[in-house]
Write a protein that binds this ligand. Structure first.
Ligand code: SF4
Length: 266
C-alpha cells in the first residue's frame, strides 16, 4: 500500500517523548490561518517555487521543489528502522503528523501496525477532524495521541480553520473515555487562540475529560510567516509576535487548577 509523504524529519524532539522520527503525510481538511506547513494541505503532489537568499551576494533565486512522494509501507518502515538505536536509547519512536495523517487512514493503519509489530513506539499528531471509526482503527497500534484543541467557539473555529469543531470535541471525548493515551496540544496564536476567553473555555472543556496525560501549550512560532514568503503562498497572518515569557506564565497559570501536567513548548 502506498502513502503520500511530504517530509521525514529525523531527531525530532517536540513530537512526543524521546528522540523521534516524524513522518509528515500530505493532505488536510482544515485551513488554519497559522498553518506552519502550507505544503502539507493539498492531498496530491505539488510543485512549489521556493525563494532562497544567497547571503554573500544578497540576491535571491527561485527553485522548484516537489512536495509529496509516494512510498509504500515496507519502504517507509525500512527508513524508520535506521534510527531505531536513537528511539531505544531515548525512549523515543515514530510520530505520524501532517497535514492530517488520518486523511490517509488505511496507509496509517498499516504503517502503525508494522511499527508496533517490530516494537517501535508510535505517536499520531492529529487535528481530530476525522470520522471516529478512523481513530478506532488506529487505537491499538498507537501509543500516544497528540490531539490539537484550537478554538472552543464554533463560529470562530469555522472562521479560522474552515471547519466546525463539533466532530473534534466529540472525538476527543470518545478517545479519552477509552483510555489514557492523549496529550492535548493547544497552539497559542496571538489574538486568536491565546485570548483569555478561549483559553478559559478550552480549559473548562478539558476539565470534563478523563484520562488526559498532559497539556502542551505551544507558543506562536514565526517560522510559518517566513515559510509562506519563501513558498510565495499568500498568508492570512502577518507580524504576530511570539508570546513573552510573562504572557506564557500567565497562560500556564490558567490551567494550573487542572489535575494534569502542563508543558510549555511541548
Ligand atoms: S490542522 Fe495542522 S496541518 Fe491542517 S491546516 Fe491546521 S495547522 Fe495546518
Amino acid at each position: 500500500m502506498n502513502g503520500l509523504v511530504f517530509d521525514i524529519k529525523r531527531f525530532a524532539l517536540h513530537d512526543g517523548p524521546g528522540i523521534r522520527t516524524t513522518v509528515f503525510l500530505k493532505g488536510c481538511p482544515l485551513r488554519c490561518w497559522w498553518c506552519q506547513n502550507p505544503e502539507s494541505i493539498r492531498d496530491f503532489p505539488e510543485t512549489l517555487q521556493i525563494k532562497s537568499i544567497t547571503p554573500t551576494f544578497n540576491n535571491s533565486c527561485i527553485e522548484e521543489k516537489i512536495f509529496g512522494n509516494e512510498i509504500n509501507v515496507d519502504s517507509l518502515i525500512k527508513e524508520l528502522i535506521k534510527d531505531r538505536i536513537f528511539y531505544d536509547e531515548s525512549g523515543g519512536g515514530v510520530t505520524f503528523s501532517g497535514g492530517e495523517p488520518l486523511v490517509q487512514a488505511d496507509f496509517l493503519v498499516e504503517s502503525l501496525k508494522l511499527c508496533k509489530k517490530i516494537g517501535i513506539n508510535t505517536a499520531v499528531d492529529t487535528s481530530g477532524y476525522t470520522p471516529f471509526e478512523n481513530i478506532e482503527k488506529i487505537y491499538d497500534s498507537t501509543d500516544l495521541f497528540l490531539f490539537d484543541l484550537k478554538i472552543f467557539d464554533d463560529e470562530k473555529h469555522i472562521k479560522f480553520t474552515d471547519v466546525s469543531n463539533k466532530l473534534i470535541l466529540s472525538n476527543i471525548k470518545k478517545l479519552t473515555d477509552i483510555g489514557n493515551k492523549t496529550i492535548v496540544r493547544i497552539p497559542l496564536i496571538p489574538g486568536i487562540t491565546d485570548t483569555n476567553k478561549n483559553l478559559l473555555e478550552v480549559s473548562r472543556f478539558v476539565s470534563t475529560l478523563k484520562n488526559i496525560k498532559q497539556i502542551d501549550l505551544l507558543p506562536y512560532n514565526k517560522i510559518s510567516e517566513s515559510k509562506y514568503k519563501r513558498f510565495n503562498v499568500p498568508s492570512l497572518l502577518s507580524d504576530l509576535q511570539t508570546q513573552t515569557e510573562e504572557k506564557l506564565f500567565e497562560i500556564k497559570s490558567m490551567f494550573d487548577e487542572l489535575d494534569t501536567k502542563i508543558s510549555l513548548r511541548g
